[in-house]
Design a binder for this molecule. Structure first.
Ligand SMILES: Nc1nc2c(ncn2[C@@H]2O[C@H](COP(=O)(O)OP(=O)(O)OP(=O)(O)O)[C@@H](O)[C@H]2O)c(=O)[nH]1
Ligand SMILES: [Mg+2]
Length: 360
């Protein structure tokens, strides 16, 4: 059976809301959170909209987003608890704006700790290279937080976030086309267990295990007569941030229309811990999960973020303001999580998330 009913979405900020409204049309539970009432109004009849009280948007200010969320934390916590009951929760946001970028990594961490039996996944969007230095700087900071979230849980043997899909706005001119493409791909993956085929099937547990893998993930789809070259080509031209060629992959899920050369695929992707293979009559669909972060693409963003830092430093010195700056664009170093989650009460988890939102 498909796992559509097991997956809910929380869209934060405008981009998150735009993508999630497509998922709501597919029948998923969706909660929209935004500091801007105007952004929420663009979503028409969407069912569950939550305006962060006191917010008027943030104009790409991540710190303002954190402050607003922290001031409204109890209300947000309550609405999530009331509306979202599904096993998989996808938090969807752009890394380049203020609201979604500022709130989402900490919210993902909170959800992961507060709902240890659920799987918290992420969908984030990278800005085009031509976008403003501020957009690049926000993305750099957002990914510092996401990396810490994934790396810390990796090293601390505690509950982990699942798949993180990184959509890259460099890939298409039209953002809405990217949104539609992503929604179509993920829906197809959630529907894979519906394809019963005597040559082999992929069941719900296989798809869930693939999505639970902690790290980046991509989905690729090909035409019926697909060959391995086309798969390679499709991975290279996907809507996602370019793959790092370090051959790190945990799972490959491959639903095929006709048999393809798995060894050739592994040469491209690296050797996974497991491969879930099955057949269907419509299309060849491939998911790679447990991938590394796209370092090369993120390094490019970091370089632009450094220009922003230089720009800020220059204008500060021109104003003759003496101010100490840190090398990492001023984001705080988060404390290492020192306690195992099983020892923390729900109130403690909430307090900790609270404190993180408040930190500047
Ligand atoms: N792919 C895609 N990108 C989008 C979409 N909407 C905005 N973006 C990109 O997301 C970034 C801006 O993020 P928003 O989601 O608008 O910001 P926000 O979270 O609402 O934060 P504020 O700054 O408070 O408005 C820019 O890089 C835009 O190009 C969308 O629907 N799809
Ligand atoms: Mg906005």
């Amino acid at each position: 059976m498909s796992i559509i009913k097991d997956v809910a979405f929380i869209g934060i900020g405008q981009a998150g809301g735009n993508i999630c409204s497509q998922f709501e049309l597919q029948g998923h539970t969706v909660l929209y959170i935004n500091t801007s009432q105007e952004d929420l109004d663009t979503l028409g009849d969407a069912q569950n909209k939550h305006h962060v009280a006191g917010g008027e948007g943030t104009a790409k200010n991540r710190e303002l987003s954190k402050e607003l969320i922290s001031n409204n934390f109890n209300a947000i916590d309550k609405v999530i608890d009331e509306k979202i009951k599904e096993e998989f929760i996808f938090v969807v946001f752009s890394s380049a704006g203020g609201t979604g970028s500022g709130a989402s990594p900490t919210l993902m961490e909170y959800l992961k700790n507060n709902y240890p039996k659920r799987c918290i996944c992420g969908v984030t969007i990278l800005p085009k290279t031509e976008e403003s230095l501020r957009a690049q700087g926000n993305t750099y900071e957002c990914f510092q937080e996401l990396r810490r979230l994934y790396d810390e849980t990796e090293s601390m043997n505690e509950s982990k976030c699942g798949a993180l899909f990184i959509i890259d706005n460099n890939r298409f001119k039209d953002k809405m086309q990217l949104n539609n493409a992503f929604v179509g791909l993920l829906e197809d993956v959630l529907l894979v267990p519906d394809s019963k085929d005597i040559r082999g099937t992929i069941d719900a547990a296989d798809v869930k295990e693939t999505l639970r893998s902690s790290g980046c993930a991509i989905i690729s789809k090909m035409s019926p007569e697909s060959m391995i070259n086309e798969l390679n080509d499709s991975l290279n031209k996907s809507i996602f941030a370019p793959l790092e060629s370090d051959e790190m992959v945990e799972y490959i899920l491959l639903s095929m229309i006709s048999a393809i050369d798995i060894d050739a695929l592994k040469k491209k992707t690296g050797i996974p811990v497991d491969i879930y293979q099955g057949y269907n009559t419509k299309q060849t669909l491939c998911v790679l999960s447990g991938l590394s972060f796209p370092k090369t693409r993120l390094d490019g963003i970091e370089q632009q973020a450094m220009l922003l830092k230089e720009h800020r430093q220059k204008s500060l010195s021109q104003k003759a303001v003496i101010q100490e700056k840190t090398l990492d664009l001023g984001i705080e170093k988060t404390d290492k999580l020192s306690q195992s989650k099983t020892e923390m009460t729900r109130d403690e988890i909430r307090e900790k998330a609270f404190a993180k939102f408040r930190k500047k």
